[in-house]
Write a protein that binds this ligand. Structure first.
Ligand SMILES: [Zn+2]
Ligand SMILES: [Zn+2]
Length: 319
């Protein structure tokens, strides 16, 4: 297993999203008749559309999120939360300016870039938008470049040369308690199938990368388990989100107040932890999420089942 870490802060910006040494590895694999896998955990063409003159960001009219630019099948702005679809703007509604940019890079943009860089090779995009979920090697086919999100994990072949993680941070900045472990699993899985893995990043000293470079997997596993134990995450505690969605913000606040009063009483035990995130909007509904961690939440939730569960605005998500 060969792992090469490329520090993007030292790379020329003109060649991004691929550093020059990454392109050399890709070219070497293709020249030797091997496939290339490009893992990029952002779909679409770009992550937000902004006005360069006044910094206006195009947002979904029904949710609190930026609209995402899709180039295929047609050029549209889409909301990934509620499904809203809008036309790409020509001018800014705030300042009237026409200097509009799509920021961030998704798999569709990477695919287009690869087509320009390697016009004589087949580029296969595998993600939720492409409709392709799995791929098996045909030895008669010439080498291909597979680009995609976690769907590229389904590529099976004994002639995979280079595997590239285009931007490690796409996964490492996810605020989930097990995001580092998921990322570790993905790097391991792809690196075991390929002859060389290239990880592009601005944070080359991240613990996940360090564990691969120095071969200290046991240390990484021990640190992950220690962290889960220290912060009350599974398997040392149960994790539950109570999600409240309501069209009426006042009613949402009333329901939240009843949950909070219950939590305040329970917090006397000191083992209960609760995050009260800010109110957001999804598909026209106001949303609040209360995260609870404790050893045995089933017993506690049973106590408030009658007051909460009959309310259709409230749902419970177990992790
Ligand atoms: Zn929306
Ligand atoms: Zn503007």
């Amino acid at each position: 297993m060969i792992i090469t870490v490329v520090d993007l802060s030292l790379s020329p910006r003109e060649t991004l999203p691929f550093a020059p040494e990454t392109l050399t590895c890709i070219e070497r694999s293709l020249a030797s008749g091997r496939h290339v896998i490009i893992y990029h955990n952002r779909r679409w063409a770009g992550t937000a559309t902004i006005c360069r003159t006044c910094s206006h960001v195009w947002q979904c009219p029904r949710c609190d999120v930026a609209l995402v630019r899709h180039l295929r099948p047609t050029d549209r702005l889409r909301c990934h939360r509620c499904g809203y679809v809008g036309h790409p703007p020509e001018t800014c509604p705030e300042c009237g300016g026409a200097d509009i940019a799509t920021i961030g890079v998704g798999t569709q943009a990477i695919e287009s870039r690869l087509q320009t860089l390697f016009p004589s090779f087949r580029i296969v995009r595998l993600d939720a938008d492409s409709g392709e979920s799995a791929w098996c090697d045909d030895p008669l086919l010439s080498p291909s470049i597979f680009v995609g999100t976690a769907s590229v994990l389904s590529v099976y072949s004994d002639r995979i040369g280079t595997c590239v993680f285009t931007l490690f941070e796409n996964d490492s900045i996810v605020t989930s308690y097990d995001s580092d472990e998921t990322l570790h699993r993905r790097i391991r899985l792809l690196s075991e199938r390929s002859s060389e893995t290239v990880i592009q990043t601005h944070i080359p000293h991240h613990p996940v990368i360090r564990s691969f470079v120095s071969g200290t997997y046991r240390e990484f596993a021990r640190e992950s388990l220690d962290r889960r134990m220290r912060f009350w995450y599974p398997p040392y505690a149960e994790l539950v989100d109570i999600v409240i969605r309501h069209r009426d913000r006042t009613k949402l606040d009333t329901i939240l107040a009843s949950i909070e009063s219950w939590l305040t009483n329970r917090q006397n035990t000191t083992e209960l932890s609760c995050d009260r995130s800010v109110t957001s909007r999804e598909d026209g509904l106001y949303v609040r999420r209360v995260t609870m961690k404790w050893i045995d939440l089933g017993t506690d939730l049973a106590l408030i089942r009658n007051t909460l569960w009959k309310n259709r605005a409230v749902s419970v998500e177990w992790h």
